[in-house]
Design a protein around this ligand. Structure first.
Ligand code: SF4
Length: 370
């Protein structure tokens, strides 16, 4: 099974409850324009050529599914594709307090918390933070470069709702090139080996760039099988505002070409992307952006509209939900969204059953139990 049955059941119940009874305070849209900001994006409300704007199917049923918690942006690496160390350079030494992190988790209420950053293992109270979030009945993915797992593992307790999600963009040579430091791959692998040995659940997290050879990703997954890694997340790199001056990112067409054989990979390896999201990556299906499904909280507040684009930071989660002009984002609505096919914007749409087909529940069930 791709996920423990209890996790699948908990999340399905959460989704059903929120779809049936959407929280009214999150549905009012009182988006305001910050006229004082000369750099603000002015959305014209004119769809791109050939794109007919349709009402968003879930615009009045918005709720969070996976919260992205960034307790700090400091990192021991300077990875080529990382926007955080560039966008948050001025606050790189700041961090949230434990109380702020937990208040944000409670305020948002998402059943899954993805702790990222920066390198979250540098957060001094990372073990305590995870224990507190688990005690609230949440599921955690701790996204890490893996270099501190061996050193800090004693601060954690293996738990079925807790996963280390270790960043690996290829085999040793190419991964170390992507993270701009030698030895990172070996340290991450040692972290994975020890964590698995001590009973922890471990995923890997791979970003696919223009230059990535998908055969190398298969080679990586074959190599990782010896450690009995529990799952692999994989996502295309696309150029967003904080990093789009680089030539390593892909257009929508590049992404479709790169992911055309993802079904074969999903049969061979424990990929944790949903079948509907994989169809989207291959270009077989359109999905609307549901960026509110993955809200991001960091030292500046709730980041809107999404993990990738920053047009505002909000003081409260309710403010993010109600003051973000959601209809203005997504491909065809905002030029910055044109090539976006990232997990954080679109995976919630597949989980929430937007543009659903009759066969989807069967596909999802057979994927879940495979
Ligand atoms: S389409 Fe992508 S970049 Fe645009 S708002 Fe959604 S998640 Fe953000």
């Amino acid at each position: 099974m791709r996920f423990p049955l209890s996790q699948a059941a908990d999340i399905a119940t959460y989704i059903a409850r929120n779809k049936l009874r959407p929280r009214p305070e999150w549905q009012n849209n009182v988006a305001v324009s910050d006229d004082a900001n000369p750099f603000r994006i002015i959305h014209t409300q004119i769809p791109a050529a050939g794109h007919e704007r349709k009402p968003h199917p879930l615009i009045h049923k918005r709720f969070p599914l996976v919260m992205m918690l960034e307790p700090l942006h400091a990192c021991n690496l300077t990875c080529t594709g990382c926007g955080r160390i560039r966008e948050y350079e001025s606050t790189i030494s700041e961090r949230l307090t434990l109380a702020q992190c937990l208040a944000a988790v409670d305020e948002c209420g998402a059943p899954v918390v993805s702790i990222c950053g920066g390198e979250p293992m540098l957060y001094p109270e990372i073990g305590k933070l995870c224990a507190e979030i688990l005690s609230r009945g949440k599921y955690i993915q701790l996204c890490t470069n893996g270099m501190f797992i061996v050193k800090k593992l004693k601060e954690f307790k293996a738990h079925p709702a807790f996963v280390f999600n270790v960043h690996l963009d290829g085999m040793e040579k190419n991964h170390d090139l992507a993270v701009e430091r030698e030895g990172v791959f070996r340290a991450a692998i040692e972290g994975i080996r020890i964590a698995k040995q001590r009973g922890f659940r471990v995923y890997t997290n791979t970003t696919v760039y223009k230059e990535t050879d998908m055969r190398e990703i298969c080679e990586l997954y074959e190599y990782l099988a010896q450690f009995k890694v529990d799952g692999h997340t994989i996502s295309p790199a696309y150029g967003y505002s904080a990093v789009n001056d680089r030539e390593i990112f892909m257009t929508r067409d590049d992404i479709r070409e790169k992911f055309k054989d993802i079904d074969k990979m999903a049969k061979r390896f424990p990929l944790v992307s949903t079948p509907v999201y994989m169809e989207f990556l291959k270009g077989d299906r359109d999905l609307p952006c549901t960026a509110w499904g993955n809200p991001t909280y960091n030292v500046k507040g709730w980041k809107g509209p999404c993990y990738l684009i920053t047009d505002a930071h909000h003081k409260t989660f309710e403010e993010l939900m109600t003051k973000t002009p959601w209809e203005n984002y997504g491909a065809g609505n905002d030029p910055r969204c044109e090539d976006c096919m990232v997990h954080c914007g679109y995976e919630p749409s597949s989980a929430l059953g937007i543009n659903a087909k009759i066969s989807d529940p069967f596909k999802t069930l057979s994927w879940l139990f495979s």
